[in-house]
Design a protein around this ligand. Structure first.
Ligand code: G3H
Ligand code: 13P
Ligand code: ZN
Length: 322
């Protein structure tokens, strides 16, 4: 089947009490690791491309890699999505260039301006059969050159969501309920520590999610910053020359709970980066004489496939739902 929009995926996810995984792609091995997992698990899939990914790999290369994955995975629906579109021009370029979904992220702008920019993108996207994700509230963390400190982040205000969705016509809404981008989602001061000395983050604000859902019945909600930062990968990195002290993510059981509610799309990037980096660091440490990229990228791709398989089955609940 050709690339699809997320409309049907989200409807089924909402009704079925699961979420679709949106995984960031930057090169061939990442695309292959993710799509092999989704094909084997018969899971619907969103492959997303950030502004940074387009700058790194080039729009055409990324689109063609995703088109190759579509050919290799004829039985699962795949959407190609722009992650954190910073402005109308970037969204237009992706809409014109084969994407089936775009995010306009004007969440750092004042409410009225966010509405205005989002509505302009929605008009253009809908005229071209493309769907739009927008954002209200802002997450802490780093994405491209935007670095939002914990103090500057803000939870979504549920009382704003109806006006925002009705005035913009967006198709899904990313909200801020305590998730955060990157591998260092919380400072030690925001967390407690368990018996192993690992940081335990503050729980997500399910009260905000529930109030948003009550005000927008049937409307698909998106969670960004939803990597769990598996400690096995942090350990693998640290034991093989890396230095990632106190890297911490969102506990998987909280994401699983969100997926059973109105959250239909869950964004995961950092966990794949950790899987890839851990594998490569370990490979280099164990084989200091090897220099063929295929040798170290093979276990890296396999570990991406393994972590995505785990997410599809145990966190998102979307295995078998294609
Ligand atoms: O939300 C951000 C994603 O992890 C993409 O990261 O902007 O470094 O490509 P990036
Ligand atoms: P993580 O950094 O938690 O993987 O979040 C990714 C994301 O939200 C991409 O938009
Ligand atoms: Zn994000």
């Amino acid at each position: 089947m050709p690339l699809v929009t997320t409309t049907e995926m989200f409807k089924k996810a909402y009704d079925g009490g699961y979420a679709v995984g949106a995984f960031n792609v930057n090169n061939m091995e990442i695309v292959q690791g993710i799509t092999e997992a989704a094909r084997e698990q018969h899971a619907p899939l969103i492959l997303q491309v950030s502004k940074g990914a387009r700058a790194y790999a080039n729009h055409t290369y990324l689109v063609k890699l995703v088109e190759a994955a579509v050919i290799e995975c004829p039985d699962i629906p795949i959407a190609l999505h722009l992650d954190h579109g910073p402005d109308f021009e970037t969204c237009k370029s992706c809409i014109d260039g084969g994407f089936t979904s775009v995010m306009i992220d004007a969440s750092s702008k004042p409410f009225a301006e966010n509405i205005e920019i989002t509505r302009k993108v929605v008009e253009y996207a809908h005229d071209h059969g493309v769907v739009v994700e927008a954002e209200l509230g802002s997450l802490a963390g780093v994405e491209d050159e935007v670095n939002v400190s914990a103090e500057d982040s803000s939870y979504t205000r549920p009382e704003e969501v109806e006006e925002f969705v009705s005035k913009t016509g967006c198709d899904s809404l990313a909200i801020a309920i305590g998730t955060s981008h990157g591998a260092y989602k919380f400072t030690a001061a925001q967390c407690t520590r368990n018996e192993q000395g690992v940081l335990v983050p503050p729980p997500l604000r399910f009260d905000i999610l529930e109030e948003v859902s009550r005000r927008l019945p049937g409307f698909p909600i998106v969670l960004h910053g939803s990597s769990s930062v598996p400690q096995e990968f942090v350990k693998m990195i640290n034991e093989n020359g890396g230095k990632m002290p106190d890297a911490v993510g969102i506990p998987e059981e909280q994401l699983r709970k969100a997926a059973t509610l109105s959250v239909c799309k869950i964004n995961i990037d950092s966990d794949l980066r950790l899987a890839m980096t851990g594998s490569i660091r370990r490979y280099f440490a164990e084989h200091p004489d090897h220099f063929d990229p295929r040798q170290y990228l093979t276990p890296a791709r396999a570990n991406i496939k393994a972590i995505v398989t785990h997410k599809l089955i145990d966190v998102l609940g979307c295995a078998g739902k294609a």
